[in-house]
Design a protein around this ligand. Structure first.
Ligand SMILES: Cc1cc2nc3c(=O)[nH]c(=O)nc-3n(C[C@H](O)[C@H](O)[C@H](O)COP(=O)(O)O)c2cc1C
Length: 264
């Protein structure tokens, strides 16, 4: 059951909670204080924006209690220049140290990925973290098996036969996103955005990453690989990200295409 509590001593009747609710589920009571409409029981998407936007901390809502919703710390926010440099300095990493990342750190970056946007705030993304480097290698080997069966990517197969993993690049860890397609109208976007958050959170902690496109392609076709993961019934794999400490440090930001844009 969802309920909204308004501290009438503190509420400034500023209407921010009313205006920010994505589905207009808050209106004013007779005295001008916010109240939940009955439709909220069915239509609230649990975004918590009403509580989070209140300038006076006057709102509490059961789906995201104020006491469990940390305040935004403006002192910790990076400058626009820092954000830009952080984003531009992320690279796809294809050479990893053997050293594994601490379990707690892998968990921490996954926790950050929970705050990625998702359609209707469905949050359908599940993760399988392949933490054991040997298991990551095993999956690489299975992708190569699939390539061999289909007679595709001969260079990657040759490299594998010579002891070089060009599929998962010898990364010690691999995060695989999966979801029940029925749990969201946009599972592809939801998983992709969560993976982008994970990618950036990893970068913030000095962990290198690279999207594992070959593996995801193999998942779409190769049953032994699907069986190997033992995912919940109906779940599909959407993305995968290699993770580990980079062997090399990038010193420059490589050039990219000019912005392709038209203005209306
Ligand atoms: C959906 C997707 C799949 C990718 N798959 C692979 C892959 O299988 N192997 C790989 O080495 N890089 C892969 N990449 C990384 C791209 O090659 C890389 O993002 C691009 O070259 C730009 O380099 P940067 O990420 O360092 O800017 C993939 C990237 C995306 C977005």
């Amino acid at each position: 059951m969802i309920s909204l509590t308004v501290d009438r001593e503190e509420c400034k009747k500023c209407s921010s909670c009313i205006l920010e609710c994505p589905f207009d589920l808050i209106n004013e009571d007779k005295e001008g204080y916010p109240q939940l409409r009955k439709a909220a029981v069915k239509k609230c998407i649990r975004c918590g924006h009403c509580m989070a936007v209140c300038m006076a901390d006057a709102l509490d809502i059961t789906i995201s209690p104020l006491a469990q919703s940390p305040a935004v710390n403006r002192d910790l926010l990076p400058s626009p220049e820092a954000v830009e440099h952080f984003l531009l300095s992320r690279r796809s990493i294809r050479s990893y140290k053997k050293k594994t990342a601490p379990h707690a750190l892998l968990r921490e970056i996954l926790e950050t990925s929970r705050y990625a946007p998702s359609a209707h705030n469905c949050q359908p993304v599940h993760w399988l973290m392949v933490e054991d480097p040997q298991q990551v290698q095993r999956l690489s080997g299975m992708v190569v098996e699939w390539m061999r069966e289909l007679k595709v990517f001969p260079g990657l197969i040759r490299a594998w036969d010579q002891g070089v993993d060009k599929v998962l690049r010898g990364a010690p860890h691999l995060a695989i996103s999966h979801a029940d397609p029925a749990a969201s109208e946009h599972p592809v976007e939801d998983c992709t955005l969560a993976t982008a958050y994970l990618d950036l959170a990893a970068h913030g902690h000095g962990i290198g990453s690279c999207w594992a496109g070959f593996l995801v392609q193999a998942f779409q076709h190769y049953q032994p690989l699907i069986d190997e993961l033992n995912l919940p019934e109906n779940h599909k794999v959407y993305t995968a990200l290699m993770l580990g400490y980079p062997k090399f440090r990038y010193r420059h930001i490589p050039k990219r295409d000019d912005l392709k844009i038209s203005w209306l």
